[in-house]
Write a protein of this length. Structure first.
Length: 498
């Protein structure tokens, strides 16, 4: 006889595939005929854009574009100029799920940009790109199992567990347009030399079935002016908010993975005759909302009437913590190849990220533009590595931002202080073991007359459930028979219960 339990299910989203891939791309760029020859590379600003996510029966194809704004000292060593190298790329992931059932999210990182001077008129760039892909699909989660009412003699052990599991996975595009005036008194910018746009999420609130995502678009650009002929760094920020219908009415936490899909900057003249920066940033907000679920599952069962075979299964889930923010700082003295009389400009970029075995390691590349002891322009590149021990099975880096760089030159050394903001979450694997049903062996029914009505046992180190199962009783009957069970000195009366 097959006995099925009464169940209640909820729809959740399971991360059934998580893959990380790295690729290398290369590109070359020639200096325009109107510009001077290159003497030395002085700095690099890199950006990466997500262009498309294409799902098919074979998997997921990610397409994007990576670019590098390269600053260089001209051949006369008296000025600095720049050029930009762009390279499209694609990364293909094999995913075993139909296209219609897959919800894919991607986090893109530049793990390194290598710039090489081929000749005074040509630059070669090498990019190392990392794509961290998570794929979700919906499935039913059994949140409650109970015995049917017409199951005499059958007993079940019900255990409660709590899991934090995704109950909504979606995405939405966002566009931010803003115009920023340059600081009063600053040198008038005449050329844009490079930029980097980032979206930072500060708050997520659920109202009804809609999540309100708030944050800021952070923009860093370098410009040139006719007065100095040197790059100058500027930072701007603009708030944004988006309302996204997730279709769920409850939420314990929300993880947002912003990916910039395009960024456009332009120098403009305002009606007041001032110089300003026009910004247009496009991005996609990839959202995973999670809810704390209480699971009531049957972990064991038996019958007092006949032998029972259990239909058991074990299901694995990936449980992620809410987004955590970590601030990392480090001070270090870095050496130069020659004495520095004046430090002019520092370009910083995250060049290497790893999160293995609970250890976070972030390398920051620092490009120094300075004047040497003779007053000529020179440049040097150094790397500073920040580390932190973190707890958790799997660390997933969502975003890394260089918050602050302080540098002071002393002779042939530069005293540097770097501060980073790291957004991450920790994923752990959880297993649920449960019983889905019972098969009763009606051909081997117990002879009830042969079973003692009352048994006195010494219960040392055994649970009431184990005793009840062995002596054809129930936990309730044992507790009723032994009212002062804590003072029973490990001797219990076990009544037969049918």
């Amino acid at each position: 006889m097959d006995i099925s339990f009464e169940n209640r299910d909820l729809t959740i989203y399971t991360e059934y595939s998580h893959q990380t891939k790295r690729i290398q791309e290369s590109a070359e760029c020639v200096v325009p005929d109107t510009d001077a020859d290159i003497d030395k590379i002085a700095g690099v600003m890199s950006e990466i854009y997500l262009k498309s996510k294409d799902l098919s029966a074979r998997g997921v194809l990610i397409s994007g574009e990576v670019s590098a704004s390269v600053f260089y000292i001209t051949d006369k060593k008296e000025s600095v100029s720049s050029l930009t190298i762009r390279k499209p790329f694609s990364v293909e992931y094999e995913v075993d799920a139909p296209e219609s059932e897959t919800l894919a999210q991607i986090t893109l990182l530049i793990q390194g940009t290598d710039i090489r001077l081929v000749n005074p008129r040509k630059i070669a760039a090498g990019f190392e790109i990392e794509g961290d892909l998570s794929c979700y699909h919906s499935e039913k989660l059994r949140v409650e199992s109970r015995l049917p009412e017409n199951a005499p003699g059958l007993h079940a052990r019900v255990e409660e567990q709590e899991l934090t599991l995704p109950n909504a996975v979606c995405e939405k595009s966002v566009s931010i347009n803003e115009q920023f005036p340059f600081p009063a008194g600053a040198a008038l910018p005449v050329k844009l030399a490079g930029g980097k746009a980032e979206l930072l999420v500060s708050d997520c609130q659920l109202i009804g079935t809609k999540v309100i995502v708030k944050g800021t678009a952070e923009l860093r650009v370098c410009t040139f002016s006719e007065e100095t002929g040197l790059p100058a760094a500027h930072s701007f920020s603009a708030p944004f908010s988006q309302i996204i219908d997730i279709g769920a009415e409850s939420m314990s936490s929300c993880t947002v993975k912003p990916e910039v899909t395009g960024a456009y900057y332009d120098l403009v003249d305002t009606i007041n005759g001032e110089r300003a920066l026009d910004m247009e940033v496009h991005a996609v907000l990839q959202i995973v909302c999670s809810e704390r679920q209480k699971i009531l599952c049957i972990t064991d069962a038996y019958s007092n009437l006949m032998p029972a075979d259990l239909l058991s299964r074990t299901q694995e889930y990936r449980e992620s913590t809410p987004v955590q923010t970590l601030e990392l700082s480090k001070e270090e003295q870095l050496g130069l190849m020659e004495p520095c009389s004046e430090l002019l400009h520092v370009v910083s970029s995250v060049s290497r990220v790893s999160a293995d075995a609970g250890k976070l390691s972030v390398s920051v590349t620092l490009d120094f533009l300075y004047r040497n002891a003779e007053g000529a322009l020179s440049a040097g590149r150094r790397t500073l590595t920040l580390t932190k021990e973190l707890e958790g099975e799997e660390l997933h880096i969502l975003h890394i931002r260089v918050l602050r760089v302080d540098a002071r030159a002393e002779g042939e050394t530069v005293n540097c202080s770097v501060t980073l903001i790291v957004c991450y979450c920790v994923t752990e694997k959880r297993e649920l073991s449960m019983v889905d049903g019972v098969i009763l062996n009606e051909e081997a029914v117990y002879i009830q007359e042969s079973l003692p009505t009352l048994t006195l046992v010494r219960a040392e180190g055994e649970s009431l459930w184990t005793l009840a199962k062995r002596y054809h009783s129930s936990e309730e009957m044992i507790l009723k028979m032994n009212e002062n069970i804590e003072n029973a000195k490990h001797m219990l009366l076990i009544p037969k219960c049918i």
